[in-house]
Design a protein around this ligand. Structure first.
Ligand code: SIN
Length: 486
């Protein structure tokens, strides 16, 4: 690694303001998905380390919650500025451990930092209410208070931004945090911890428990009566498990889970923009985001035109090492992810799907490179209709009417992101209202931003991240009823 700031490469857990090894002394390797080379050996923490981190966070909570909003805001702002200053190094760490192209990694660092800047500002706006009393001698007020110690379990697909999107509102609200990053991408998390020390967070406000034993650490977090809130981004299967585990201690929970995003192209869409939007919504991060277009639905009369242009655009997507200039699609995260995508494509082919480009590993450079793929003639009986693909494969379905496509789009247990292209303004409203999703992109394939509430419905989870709503999940409302005001 060619880092300007060598301190950003940390390999130990971050507990109570210091980097330390696991109590057991165990470590696990972190590798570059492109070539399998080892980047570092990282502390493999267990339940004992997690408990130490929770205790540190509980102690720090007593101090941090008493800081004025302005003081918390200034420390958060300093953390934001350090992330921007160190963006090149942070992006390099991210690409090496996760695989996404360097330009995209830089974008993620800026995106992640923007949550810290935004919530530094929001810290000063945790307002309560004065409510007209229900009796003449009564006065009623509400105040908002931090929930307490927060556990955050974050995924490998956005190793930096999914941490800041949870942690910044928690810290702004006055909570303290214990983070468990993915075992595949702990280095980005630890780099953020190094910058947090420089920014001036008191010890114990931010803790990071790195581990290759996710069930043990997750259980220690969910079983702890001290942890008052769990925020998780990951698969629906694990989310349901964690939700069940949180029941015994009645924790507040936010879940950002899987998706099966429809991307609809109506006959009056601007075709150039629809093609560009589909490419952006499908192939970002090699198709490994929860909001990637999963099922592309195109109206019959424009199907052939769309699929011809789309295939040309997909063929131009350069596949390769994320560290090489010009790469726009990097390797997938691990072997089992590629195997899952291979199985999905083979199922589609068996059922009459036509692979217009891609459909296989690239055969050179890295075994985890899967070619950007387009499957025409996709149908509802294929796995691509029901499964979150999480890879660079775009199945394209045909539809005739608005009613038919709404029914198909909503025929899934997921409800995270959805997209459509069209110009008829009445239809735009009808479709936007009918889609059973937490987020709708209208004539755009890029919907992620700090200023909007990110989150889903149905089995995609609950809670919102970012925007003016993002802090609500880290606050409790308390109501004060004053009597005897004669
Ligand atoms: C995700 O895939 O979970 C996050 C995507 C985003 O924030 O854009």
């Amino acid at each position: 690694m060619q880092l300007k700031n060598k301190n950003l490469l940390q390999t130990q857990a971050y507990i109570d303001g210091a980097f330390s090894s696991a109590a057991s002394g165990a470590t696990f390797p972190v590798t570059n998905p492109y070539d399998g080379s080892k980047l570092a050996e990282v502390a493999d923490c267990g339940a004992e380390d997690t408990e130490r981190a929770i205790q540190a966070a509980a102690k720090a909570f007593k101090v941090w919650r008493k800081f004025s909003a302005g003081k918390r805001a200034r420390i958060l702002k300093a953390w934001y500025l350090l992330q921007i200053e160190n963006a090149a190094d942070l992006a390099q760490i991210l690409t090496l451990e996760q695989g996404k192209p360097l330009g995209e990694a830089k974008g993620e660092i800026r995106y992640g930092a923007s949550f810290v800047e935004w919530f530094a500002e929001e810290a000063r706006r945790i307002y309560g209410d004065v409510i007209p009393g229900h009796q003449s001698d009564k006065r009623i007020m509400t105040i908002k208070q931090p929930v307490g110690v927060v556990a955050a379990i974050t995924p490998w697909n956005f190793p930096s931004a999914m941490i800041t999107r949870k942690v910044a509102p928690a810290l702004a609200a006055g909570c303290t945090v214990v983070i468990k990053p993915s075992e595949l991408t702990p280095l980005s998390a630890l780099a953020l911890a190094e910058l947090a020390t420089q920014a001036g967070f008191p010890p114990g406000v931010i803790n990071i428990v790195t581990t290759n034993k996710a069930p043990e650490v997750g259980t220690a977090m969910t079983a702890s009566p001290i942890v008052r809130k769990l925020s998780f981004t990951g698969s629906t299967m694990v989310g349901k498990l964690l939700l069940g585990q949180c029941a015994a201690t009645v924790k507040k929970v936010s879940l950002e889970l899987g998706g099966n995003a429809p991307f609809i192209v109506f006959d009056d869409a601007d075709m150039d923009k629809a093609v560009a939007g589909a490419v952006a919504a499908k192939y970002r991060n090699a198709g490994q985001t929860c909001i990637c277009a999963n099922r592309i639905f195109v109206q019959s009369s424009v199907y052939d035109d769309f699929i011809t242009r789309f295939t040309v655009a997909v063929k131009e997507q350069q596949l390769g090492d994320g560290m090489t200039a010009g790469t726009v699609v990097g390797p997938m995260i691990e072997e089992k992810a590629v195997c899952s995508v291979e199985a999905i494509v083979s199922d589609a082919k068996d059922k009459g799907g036509l692979v217009l480009t891609g459909g296989k590993r690239s055969g050179s450079g890295s075994s985890l490179l899967f070619e950007p793929t387009v499957v025409a003639n996709a149908t509802r009986d294929m796995k691509v209709f029901t499964t979150e693909i999480f890879g660079p494969v775009a199945p394209v379905f045909r539809f005739e009417t608005e009613e038919e496509v709404i029914e198909m789009a909503n025929d899934t247990e997921y409800g995270l992101a959805s997209y459509f292209y069209g110009r008829d303004y009445a239809r735009i409203w009808r479709v936007a209202e009918a889609l059973e999703y937490g987020m709708v992109g209208i004539n755009t394939g890029m919907i992620s931003t700090t200023v909007a509430p990110f989150g889903g419905v149905k089995h995609s989870g609950f809670g919102r991240e970012g925007s003016k709503y993002g802090m609500d999940d880290y606050l409790e409302i308390k109501y004060l009823c004053w009597g005897g005001v004669e």
